[in-house]
Design a protein around this ligand. Structure first.
Ligand SMILES: Nc1ncnc2c1ncn2[C@@H]1O[C@H](COP(=O)(O)OP(=O)(O)OP(=O)(O)O)[C@@H](O)[C@H]1O
Ligand SMILES: [Mg+2]
Length: 175
């Protein structure tokens, strides 16, 4: 019988996938700080998880670690909030979306949000499920689950860009 072992190169190129526990909000903040170090221009990150799971907390930590000094509020009613951050020394636009209250695709399109989906702007999207069909495919999907203590988090690369990003992450055990 011939067994095909994945080659070393194939193993190195498989999609990055991490899972870990975040015992408290400080751990969520630490993950955000680590993620801020490996952001790439134009990366699209989808954040999944129930209400209060930690999506905004993570986004806030990413923004602060990437140089934003002001407050970070959940864009619950505006659907989106723009920021400028530093990515590898370059000023880069980051859009933080929360689509929980989005009523229709028209609302998104008429607000001009489709134009933000370009090769430069970083997009972090809470409740991407509500934008099914109008959002670009994510480079990275992050799933939060509320646990007995803290949160469980899973990070999955879904494109080459997401893979490059996560391969630079020094935080969670790689699966
Ligand atoms: N690892 C953690 N363990 C316990 N609590 C946490 C952890 N990370 C964040 N939190 C807390 O959980 C709450 C998360 O709220 P947050 O607004 O980030 O949720 P969300 O996922 O954005 O919810 P929504 O869908 O309503 O926007 C905050 O009160 C925060 O302090
Ligand atoms: Mg939120």
């Amino acid at each position: 019988m011939v067994c095909f072992e994945p080659s070393k190169a194939a193993k190195e190129f498989r999609m990055q996938h991490y899972k870990t526990s975040l015992a408290d909000e400080a751990a969520t903040q630490a993950l955000g700080k680590s993620l801020a170090q490996c952001l790439l221009a134009g990366i699209v990150i989808h954040l999944h998880g129930d209400l209060g799971a930690g999506k905004t907390a993570l986004t806030r930590a990413i923004l602060h670690a990437a140089g934003h000094q002001g407050t970070v509020k959940s864009p619950t009613y505006t659907l989106a909030e723009p920021y400028e951050i530093l990515v590898k020394g370059e000023v880069t636009k980051l859009m933080h979306f929360d689509l929980y209250r989005m009523r229709s695709a028209d609302e998104f399109i008429e607000a001009g949000f489709r134009d933000e989906m370009n090769e430069k702007t970083i997009c972090i999207i809470e409740w991407p499920e509500k934008g099914d069909g109008i959002l670009p495919l994510p480079d990275l999907a992050i799933h939060f689950t509320i646990a007995e203590i803290g949160r469980e988090v899973e990070l999955r690369a879904l494109s080459d860009k997401g893979n490059i990003c996560l391969s630079q992450l020094h935080f969670a055990p790689n699966l």
